[in-house]
Design a binder for this molecule. Structure first.
Ligand code: F6R
Length: 589
């Protein structure tokens, strides 16, 4: 993944780069580095660890520079593997993966060139340096021709100290003009300052930041003009507002983002055109990854139960290699908070090639997904700083349930109203705080299980993913009825099991699973909207959420599970906002 940033301007570059890198830390935080030019010399500073490791470099001289925060793909977390990478007169930072790096590196080694890192990125510096003939832009265009894979690049050259050249292929890149300089970055918040004009590069395009001028070029190096993108840097400034962690704050924001997302979709001008598409829809395929995949599963449940339209949900990385069948009348819905997830984008490209109509559900207005989709339905989760998705999941559900309502309307069916969910979420957030008292059972456990049936199972899967990613506790989200076919063997004395029950007709069935795990020593916790179930002697503790239409229940039942993951992570001494090995935006395959 990684985040890249660059600056050419009147200010000292180091503070601009370092502040930009803090904004990009959500993309990876294994190691960090910057390169600075003061017109005479080019200096590289890099460290393992987070951006704060290079704070002392703020004082360094130079008005031109590039920076990088890394999420390791090729090569371990070492200073040598940290970016920027240099070869001869070329220094660069890279976000993406070069799939033919081993082959290209072999060629370089045969020519006697040496490498100082194990990264795929260093080979790009070799390719560019080897074709450099006094014009950095041309060298970047020429050198990148041989790359297979994804890249966003910011490149400097010792002979052109006032210039940064950038290239984009399947990794996001924003360039723009601020008050006193030119910027480039992996995303808007890292590039934005009051009054800046920002532009998003498309695949195959280049940008040149030189002196006071910003130029854009197409793949043949013809200069092009671009439309600025809309953004609002002021509203979205990260602020803990007294909370210890962003994740906890973001859970509290769920009721607000539900009402904003609902209002957004009712005002969405695309929605009337999209309604026509829904009228023709006979089958729905949903593609997404991680938490967004779970919101897709929840949507499938609602689509099939309410609209009786068949729907399938695919992990995007499987869909793209699965040779999918897309019959006429198929609507493909891609769900992605960031709109930059490489696997989801690849699945969308494949579906498009095969003629599908693409609706995107995303939180980021200028993302790559918005540019690929035929219709974009924005969630209004606001900026989510914690790596683990919480409020964005709930916002996705609100938008997806609104699609369900519209689809139902095209079929002359009535869907339950989504109005009221925001108020119910408010009460769920308050109740959920009580799960803090469950954490001693989880913090010292070897593993944990989350069980449910139907929509409850999908909430359980999401609860399990949250616990895994921020507590590092092995955990499974499982179909309650499937436990006895194998997984029950893992239940021992004290194993924590969380059951989710929100559909009355199947409550007894999940209660049977509770009896089965309890009989094998499990400590059972319950998330339910039926208070009478909490009196069951096998249940150690419970969280009661408001009763909403059962097709929509994950939007509420997930809240105590998000809270449980948060408090367990804190109890285990972790930083829930920055889990190890993960990054917020997964722009590699
Ligand atoms: C988990 C989490 C990830 C993301 C996944 C997809 O908390 O955040 O599983 O949901 O990487 O990301 P987006 O939604 O940006 O496509």
């Amino acid at each position: 993944m990684c985040g890249i940033v660059g600056y050419v301007g009147k200010r000292r570059a180091a503070p601009v780069l370092i502040d930009g890198l803090y904004e990009l830390e959500y993309r990876g935080y294994d190691s960090v580095g910057i390169a600075l030019s003061d017109g005479k010399r080019l200096k590289i500073i890099k460290k393992t660890g987070r951006v704060q490791e290079i704070e002392p470099a703020r004082e360094e001289r130079g008005n031109v520079g590039i920076g990088h925060t890394r999420w390791a793909t090729h090569g371990g977390v070492t200073e040598r593997n940290a970016h920027p990478h240099a070869f001869k007169n070329i220094v660069l930072v890279h976000n993406g993966i070069i799939e033919n790096a081993a082959f290209l590196k072999e060629e370089c080694l045969e020519r006697g060139e040496t490498f100082s890192s194990e990264t795929d990125s260093e080979v790009i510096a070799h390719l560019i340096a080897n074709v450099y003939r006094g014009d950095l832009l041309k060298a970047v265009a020429e050198g990148t021709k041989r790359l297979v894979g994804s890249y966003a690049l910011a490149v400097m050259c010792i002979e052109e100290p006032d210039t940064v050249v950038c290239a984009r292929m399947r990794s996001p890149l924003i360039a723009g003009k601020g008050k006193d300089g030119l910027v480039v970055a992996s995303d808007v918040p890292a590039a934005a300052e009051e009054g800046a004009t920002l532009f998003a590069l498309s695949d195959g395009e280049f940008a040149k930041l030189k002196g006071e001028d910003l130029f854009f070029y197409d793949a043949s190096l013809h200069e092009i003009s671009k439309e600025p993108i809309e953004f609002d840097p002021v509203d979205d400034v990260p602020d803990l507002k007294g909370y210890r962690h962003y994740m906890r704050k973001e859970i509290d924001e769920i009721p607000k983002v539900l009402s904003l997302s609902q209002a957004k979709i009712s005002r969405n001008s695309c929605f009337s055109d999209f309604y026509e598409v829904l009228c023709q829809t006979k089958y729905i395929q949903i593609v997404a990854c991680g938490t967004a995949y779970h919101s897709g599963l929840c949507a499938k449940e609602a689509i099939e139960r309410i609209c009786r339209v068949p729907a399938d949900v695919y992990v995007a990385s499987e869909y793209r290699y699965g040779d999918p069948l897309i019959p006429d009348g198929t609507l493909v819905i891609a769900i992605s908070q960031s709109g930059e997830t490489a696997d989801t984008l690849a699945a969308v490209r494949l579906a498009k090639e095969r003629g599908a109509y693409i609706a995107a559900v995303t939180n980021v207005t200028y993302s790559s997904l918005t540019r690929l989709a035929d219709t974009v339905l924005y969630t209004k989760a606001g900026r989510e700083i914690a790596v683990a998705a919480t409020k964005s999941f709930n916002a996705q559900l609100m938008t997806l349930y609104s699609i369900v309502s519209a689809l139902a309307a095209t079929l002359g069916k009535e869907a339950p109203s989504v109005g009221g969910l925001s108020a119910m979420a408010e009460s769920a957030v308050i109740t959920a705080e009580s799960v803090r008292s469950w954490t001693p059972h989880f913090a010292g456990a070897k593993s944990a299980y989350f069980i449910g049936r139907g929509a409850d199972r999908y909430a359980a899967m999401e609860g399990s993913l949250k616990l895994k990613e921020i507590s590092y506790l092995p955990s499974e989200g499982y179909a309650a009825g499937e436990l006895k076919h194998g997984t029950l063997a893992l239940i021992e004395k004290g194993t924590p099991v969380v059951a989710v029950i929100t559909r009355r007709e199947i409550a007894d069935k999940t209660m049977s699973a509770i009896h089965e795990v309890y009989a094998r020593g499990a400590t059972v916790f319950l998330v339910t909207c039926f208070p009478e179930l909490c009196k069951t002697p096998e249940v150690t503790a419970s969280a009661v959420i408001p009763e909403c239409p059962p097709e929509y229940s994950p939007i509420l039942s997930v809240i105590p599970l998000q809270m449980l993951a948060y408090y367990t992570s804190v109890a285990r001494g972790n930083n829930p906002d920055k889990p190890r090995n993960l990054a917020k935006s997964v722009t590699v395959e």
